[in-house]
Design a binder for this molecule. Structure first.
Ligand SMILES: *Cc1c(COP(=O)(O)O)cnc(C)c1O
Length: 451
């Protein structure tokens, strides 16, 4: 309920703090997704930068020159990190999903204008982020799904078979979210060029990570503007760029492509309306925080944080490989990885349940069934403890096969193996209806959380 009269600032803030009491404890490294945390000092600095611009609106880029300056700087820095030239053009978006959606829209309209394609298709790997499915659904583009090869990268032979006169874009992930595997962008780029089809690199999670892994001396195959077939790149600043939430980038090889992303309506009664991306009002705070994060970190900051995250990943990788009965999926070269069971005796979802009992937040994957880790520097200090707990959990799962019939392992196992996926969809929609429908509206949060 809206309070009758406005409440005191300290009461409001204290309520907000109390709402967090049951949230996952990301500060202690027990959570392996959703949050990219570098400690209070960095968070507080990006928050202050956010606050400075939180009322500003980037809708009209000529109104707040401050925001356009932030955006231009951020895009230039991103382009140069990705080894681009001065022709790279792009915009800040509200997140990876917006960047992906925009690429689908851009290439659909580009293909319609340049090649007259009316029934567009796009080729994405099974490991592509679900934002691409969302984009395809929103913008009426048919997905042709490419299989993965034995290393869980996109299967290039299959891609070649799927290409048709209707293909509007190819997609590579650098890396993909589920398994952390980088697709062979170089080879995909050659295919794209030979067929004259745009190639987008989804570096939402890798865009502010891979450049520094490479600069730290690791062997990473070129995946960015150095690959001549690449026509656009998405890279999230609110992930490994360590900005406040609400900031990603989409950049194109040239303005000629970016133009197809833009929307202009000249005869709207509200005036001539032009917008470079999906949103109307564009949140100024997200831009200033993104700009500030890049400035606060600098190259040295990113190199250091990347190395610490890689240290965490290496401890995890070695630890997982040293445990009998489980293995890492593919050859993840960055800080995201998945591991699965390689014996019928171990149900990996039971392992997940046992880890949760020990206080870890575990993310589950399906096809194949696996558990997931997204690592930052904050995980270095807990990595050995995690591996010890994982070793115990694997042992316990092996000794107690009946655990697979209980807890969330049973549910996840069932979901992953249901022949009729529509059933799950219905159930999830039902759950969402409960969360967003009239029942949820009855819950008065202020009563719930008064300390
Ligand atoms: C996170 C991610 C996205 C989506 O980004 P959001 O910021 O969550 O909308 C898209 N692609 C990949 C590879 C990602 O990791």
């Amino acid at each position: 309920m809206l309070p009758k009269s406005g409440r005191k600032e300290e009461d409001v803030l204290s309520d907000l703090k109390s709402f967090c009491k049951d949230d996952p404890d990301y500060k202690e490294g027990k959570l392996f997704s959703l949050v990219y945390y570098l400690g209070e000092e960095h968070s507080s600095a990006t928050q202050k930068a956010y606050n400075l611009y939180s009322s500003l609106n980037g809708l009209n880029p000529s109104a707040f020159k401050s925001l356009k300056k932030c955006e231009t700087d951020v895009i230039n820095i991103t382009a140069s990190l990705h080894n681009g030239d001065k022709n790279i053009s792009g915009v800040i978006t509200s997140g990876g999903t917006e960047s992906c959606l925009l690429a689908v829209k851009t290439y659909r309209d580009f293909a319609r204008a340049k090649k007259g394609i009316r029934k567009p298709e796009m080729i994405i790997a099974e490991s592509a982020h679900v934002a691409w499915d969302k984009g395809a659904e929103y913008f009426g583009v048919k997905i042709k799904r490419a299989k993965l090869d034995k290393n869980y990268a996109i299967d290039l032979d299959h891609v070649k078979k799927l290409i048709s006169r209707r293909t509007i874009m190819l997609l590579a992930s650098a890396p993909g979210y589920p398994h952390g595997v980088i697709d062979p962008v170089n080879k995909l780029g050659k295919i794209a060029e030979a067929k004259n089809i745009p190639l987008h690199v989804d570096a939402c999670v890798g865009g502010f990570l891979l450049p520094f892994i490479e600069k730290n001396g690791a062997d990473i195959e070129p995946w960015d503007w150095r690959v001549s077939g690449v026509t656009s790149i998405s890279a999230d600043i609110h992930k490994y760029g360590y900005a406040a939430k609400g900031a990603s980038t989409i950049t194109y090889r040239s303005l000629d492509l970016l133009k197809y992303q833009m929307f202009v309506k000249q005869d709207w009664p509200g005036g001539v309306f032009a917008s470079p991306a999906l949103l109307g009002t564009r949140p100024g705070g997200a831009y200033s925080s993104a700009w500030a994060a890049l400035q606060l970190m600098g190259e040295e900051g990113y190199l250091k944080q990347t190395q610490l995250a890689m240290d965490a990943a290496n401890i995890m990788k070695e630890g997982i490989e040293s445990i009998d009965g489980i293995e890492i999926i593919g050859k993840p070269k960055a800080t995201i990885l998945a591991y699965k069971s390689i014996t019928k005796k171990i149900n990996i979802f039971v392992v997940g349940d046992l880890l949760e009992k020990k206080g870890w937040h575990v993310d589950r994957l399906q096809h194949p069934e696996a558990l997931h880790l997204m690592l930052t520097s904050s995980h270095k200090k807990i990595a050995n403890k995690f591996i010890n707990d994982l070793r115990d959990a694997v042992k316990e799962a092996k000794e107690n096969p009946s655990l697979a019939k209980s807890g969330s392992a049973a549910t996840y196992g069932m979901i992953a193996n249901l022949p009729l996926q529509g059933v799950v969809k219905k159930q999830v929609l039902k759950l969402f209806s409960q969360m967003y429908g009239p029942d949820a509206k009855m819950i008065d949060m202020s009563d719930d959380h008064t300390p």
